[in-house]
Design a protein around this ligand. Structure first.
Ligand code: HEM
Length: 424
């Protein structure tokens, strides 16, 4: 496959199209918190009123994530404030120490290469699955909304986790349920309000009802059934299912369309979809580095100490601005090597490093394979109209139209689509 023509810029000093779109995606999600976080980017550590002690330096971020004596995910301002009232006290992301390590070890086999392959393939096995459909429609010359397709695929994976057959209705309502809950979170608020907690619990109860039934039936073909086989109590299993749904859906929905959009805007699409695993891995990692689907990580200070020379006291909130740490290295450029301190920081570091990384990578690969299968005969998917999602926790596109065009003569749709977005 030949290389796609990069979008041409009339003014070389103007911000690159991919940077402009990324900025729009971020600001549409968090019009207040994102500018506040970014304003801290030139200081390694700084106290920002209402938000916390913001860390924007990758090495210092790692120090915090690895210093378990002074920083915790449990305590004032930490994820436990947000999630314990909704998910209960033992769902990995609000645990520390030996109990956390035991639960992680127990859940590990669910993310083995074989287990994640099966979860991701379950959708395609239905024959009329989302990704085979994506390939068919693109190859037939249709314009497809990639954001919608990725959302349906992520929803199908949730259905697999909670033990539901992935019917269209089940997929839609699973995604809507996950988004209802995550959409309540705001960086400047430390927890959810009482009515929000009540609503989140009832949404989650409905979503995980089939998981509870699958756990009780103990069917090892289902994820909840396997959790029972792995020795998890019903409470732990339901908490884990809830945590997976909340951490593992919007991140994928965020990453994949943004990666494809960035590849389009920088002329990388053909290389991203080429039959070259190493090149694809680099482009995906670079996509993760510049999109940072989890833009911040929260910790509570357990005991007085300092971060990069800034004193912090027990009870303070530390906000690791992963988006600042990762993007300090500049714009999307898979040919450049990644600083060791930044490498994989988008998945965290230390004992809470993303448990779902293998599933995330398998989902990304599945979508890219579906696009590559359509992109034959010198054609590549190019991006048409797009729209950034508003008031969501994880910045993303609510719509990203793609269609196949010739790789060497594709029309430059970037500016046309930017105008459409501005007009909408
Ligand atoms: C591109 C996709 C993803 C990104 C960028 C991402 C990022 C992260 C990050 C940064 C953390 C650490 C947070 C912290 O230390 O405060 C984390 C933890 C976690 N992630 Fe992911 N994640 C992704 C996809 C997934 C998926 C698909 C799942 C599947 C269920 C998942 C499950 C989890 C879980 C359970 C944790 C908590 C682990 C623990 O506390 O021990 N993630 N993720």
């Amino acid at each position: 496959m030949s290389v796609a023509v990069p979008a041409r810029r009339a003014d070389p000093d103007a911000p690159a199209p991919e940077a402009l779109w990324e900025e729009r995606v971020q600001r549409a999600a968090h019009p207040v918190a994102y500018p506040a976080l970014r304003s801290a980017r030139n200081r390694p550590v700084v106290r920002v009123p209402r938000i916390g002690v913001v860390v924007s330096d990758a090495e210092l971020a790692r120090e915090v994530l690895l210093d378990l004596d002074h920083f915790s995910k449990v305590g004032p301002g930490a994820p436990s404030d947000l999630w314990t009232p909704v998910l209960g006290p033992s769902v990995l992301l609000n645990m520390e120490g030996a109990e956390h390590a035991v639960l992680r070890r127990a859940l590990g086999p669910l993310f083995s290469p074989r287990a994640v392959r099966e979860l991701v393939a379950a959708d395609g096995d239905r024959g009329a699955g989302v990704l085979p459909d994506l390939t068919r429609r693109l190859a037939a010359g249709e314009t497809v909304d990639l954001a919608e397709a990725v959302s349906a695929q992520a929803g199908a994976v949730i259905c697999g986790m909670v033990g539901l057959p992935p019917t269209d209705e089940a997929v839609r309502s699973s995604m809507a349920a996950a988004q209802t809950i995550t959409g309540m979170v705001r960086l400047h608020r430390h927890g959810l309000t009482r009515p929000q907690v009540a609503q989140a619990r009832s949404v989650l109860e409905r979503l995980t009802a089939p998981a509870r039934a699958a756990y009780r039936a103990g069917d090892p073909a289902t994820v909840p059934g396997r959790m029972r086989d792995l020795g998890l109590s019903e409470r732990e299993a339901m908490g884990a299912v809830g945590a997976f749904v909340l951490t593992g859906t919007e991140t994928i929905q965020s990453l994949v369309p943004r990666l494809v959009a960035i590849a389009h805007d920088t002329g990388w699409t053909a290389r991203l979809l080429a039959d070259d695993a190493r090149l694809r891995r680099r482009a995906v990692e670079e996509g993760l580095r510049v999109t940072v689907p989890t833009p911040a990580m929260l910790r509570s200070v357990r005991a007085d100490t300092s971060v990069g020379g800034v004193p912090v006291s027990a009870g303070d909130r530390v906000v690791i601005a992963t988006v600042n740490c990762c993007r300090a290295g500049g714009g999307f450029d898979p040919d450049r090597s990644i600083e060791p301190a930044v490498r994989h920081l988008w998945f965290g570091a230390g004992p809470h490093f993303c448990l779902g990384m293998p599933l995330a990578m398998a989902q990304v690969d599945a979508v890219l394979d579906a696009l590559a299968a359509a992109a034959t005969d010198g054609l590549v998917p190019v991006v048409g109209r797009r729209r950034a999602a508003r008031a969501v926790l994880v910045p993303s596109y609510s719509s990203l139209e793609i269609g196949l065009r010739s790789a060497d003569g594709s029309p430059n749709l970037v500016q046309a689509s930017a105008r459409t977005w501005e007009a909408s």
